[in-house]
Design a binder for this molecule. Sequence first.
Ligand SMILES: *Cc1c(COP(=O)(O)O)cnc(C)c1O
Length: 354
Amino acid sequence: MPRPIQAHIDLSALECNLQVVRRASSARIMAVIKANAYGHGLLRAAEALNEAEGFALLDIRDAICLRDAGFSQTILLLEGFFTPDDLPLVAEYDLACVIHTQQQIDMLEAYPKRRSLEAWLKVSSGMNRLGFAPDKFSAALQILKKHPAVRDITLMTHFAHADESTGVAAQLNMFNELAAPYRMARSLANSAALLRYPATHADWVRPGIMLYGASPFVENSSQQLGLRPVMTLQSRIIAVQELSPGEGIGYGGLFRAESPMRVGVVACGYADGYPRHAPTGTPVLVEGQRTRTLGRISMDMLTVDLSALPAADVGSSVTLWGEGLPVEQVAHAAGTISYELLCALTERVPIVTV
Ligand SMILES: *Cc1c(COP(=O)(O)O)cnc(C)c1O
């Protein structure tokens, strides 16, 4: 028997979450499948999301893989191309590119085909990560409009605070002002903006995390948003220890029993992608019952409190996150976000699609 850990990927939940986007917005959907579809598997996710009008990712090899698998939607490279060597492939596979810096415009001289590149011109409206500064934006746009390689231009920006109380107003106003003179398609919204600010929907929305069934907000659960978890990380108890008062458990003996207690050892550790920094008290389900982790997470194992679960024993099922335990709750307890946990799932965890 292999080790009992598995990640279940619920493809019907992925389809349902896409319908949540459909109901929320009439814009075209650019499904974000970067980072191996947030850890869910690139092609597997793309197939379930096939109804989306586009896919956004980072790696040109992944984009080519999608084309080779027969996907004919718009495929957008979110960081565009990196060197002139990328351009023949961009042309051959008809990949849309985010253009965010003057160096990329300079490289476009090497583009092999006239009027065939779909450019997504990015303005940095407050994030200050990728994109032309507002005072450089219209000059960049004029160059692209006249550029022989460019067929079509979409204007885009990305929000820094869509999931927080700061909101999108300042960035939205700046973007709208910059884009106002031009009749071009626009794209602004990530999951948080899509759910909270209909004024950002424009022509293309770019949902990521919500497709995978996690909430982008601290205050709203995925359930409240009508989202279904797609990934459920499951394992089993492989040993039970009886601790006496004062005995510690795991490396560093970080947790010490105050009274006699039963502890379950679960086949899941940081080498599977479970966060090592999850403290004592991080929620976990044993046979569907909520309990907590104890002490330090090891490479291959973690320990859970069975004090209130006398029936639990070797072989009992454990849910680390997913169905019955929203990943954002585990992330919150561990001081991180659901995105990081989902992406961190490692190669050695077998995937089972359900
Ligand atoms: C990752 C990403 C998204 C999706 O963000 P979510 O918060 O996962 O919805 C949208 N747009 C861009 C530019 C991104 O990099």
